[in-house]
Write a protein of this length. Sequence first.
Length: 51
Amino acid sequence: MKKILQRLFIPKPSTAILISIPLYVFVGAVLAKEITGPVAYLAYFLSSFLF
């Protein structure tokens, strides 16, 4: 039973991370479009590397 529970719970954080990465990229792209300038693009690239 423990192995089955571990198999069920282990993939969930990885899938959540995979789902959250495009969301962070999308939010960064929207912010870069709304706040024009090199500062916004630097923040977008930094956020894409951090998350």
